[in-house]
Ligand binder design. Structure first.
Ligand code: ZN
Length: 117
């Protein structure tokens, strides 16, 4: 595996990076995984601004490569790629369903806890 992006991935993306972002339920998150590259291990992901886990604002599609994880966050590289509408739709839908499922699970748990006292 090479440092950074391989030739092919660099050619298919622009120099524009997402910069450093604050990830989290009330911050930004890269969602989804498409066009995984066997050469450098990067993939295309959609950067969303989210609120309580719900994707509220599309920032854009980026070729994303994780370079390291540590306490308090991850280090990554990103390069802008053209918007992938199918991936955008899929990540939006998936994270809405995922967040709703978590809220539903919390609701069921609360109901169970109250009814078993
Ligand atoms: Zn690559």
């Amino acid at each position: 595996m090479t440092e950074g992006f391989c030739e092919k991935c660099r050619a298919g993306s622009t120099d524009e990076s997402s910069g450093s972002i604050k990830e989290g339920l009330f911050g930004h998150e890269f969602k989804g995984e498409a066009a995984k590259c066997p050469e450098c291990g990067s993939h295309v992901a959609v950067l969303w601004r989210q609120f309580a886990g719900f994707p509220v604002k599309l920032i854009g599609c980026y070729r994303y490569k994780l370079v390291g994880a540590h306490f308090g966050g991850v280090d990554f590289l990103s390069r802008r790629v053209p918007d992938d509408q199918a991936l955008i739709r899929r990540t939006r839908l998936n994270s809405i369903l995922f967040t709703l499922a978590i809220f539903a699970a919390i609701g069921v748990y609360e109901w169970w806890r109250r009814s078993h006292r």
